[in-house]
Design a protein around this ligand. Sequence first.
Ligand SMILES: Nc1ncnc2c1ncn2[C@@H]1O[C@H](COP(=O)(O)OP(=O)(O)OP(=O)(O)O)[C@@H](O)[C@H]1O
Length: 198
Amino acid sequence: MARLFYMIGKSSTGKDTIYREVISRTDLDLNPLVMYTTRPIRKGETDGKEYYFVDENVLNELEKEGRVIEKRAYHTIHGIWTYFTVDDEHADLNRKDYLAIGTLESYAQIRNYYGEKLVVPVYIQVEDGLRLERALKREKQQPVPKYEELCRRFLADQADYAEEKLAKAGIDRRFSNDKDIMSCVEEVAAFIRAGQKK
Ligand SMILES: Nc1ncnc2c1ncn2[C@@H]1O[C@H](COP(=O)(O)OP(=O)(O)OP(=O)(O)O)[C@@H](O)[C@H]1O
């Protein structure tokens, strides 16, 4: 049976980094399920890789066509950034295994859309102080660091990933990325491999 391994976690827990490592493991044969966003592209990102970077008009068109599975809008200090998943020609969930990154909320909606058996959550966590340090270091490397946005996201994450919400969504397994990134990658890869055999 095909599966969608859905990676979630607060900002700067290492999801993108772990995602890149895990998806490159040819033995796992995972396909990317790339989401869409209206947020501006960051330095080092590629359209169609981390996200499809589109504008509001494209989002409105896709919604009219009934192809938006889930969407979430963030009221940032730079305007509204919408992240969304589209039932498009890239998703062949009947035959292939996929790896995606999303939020706890989008996970719940995707699971409702595709079903519990198909969507497997992979929750990444990092101790908050360490996570804030990593977020700041990453932001400093941007041409125009957006520190207010970093703080907003940090605080929003505390509410979005509250323990009761994790419990309600049925997240019982956690992958810690407090230490060396590769040990977390190995743990996630082993979990996916075991899930593929079930
Ligand atoms: N184990 C680790 N040790 C040290 N630094 C790490 C580790 N894992 C990730 N990082 C660094 O932490 C920063 C955040 O990682 P990354 O961008 O992958 O997080 P993310 O969860 O995808 O964040 P966001 O959701 O905000 O996009 C990056 O600069 C990354 O290089």
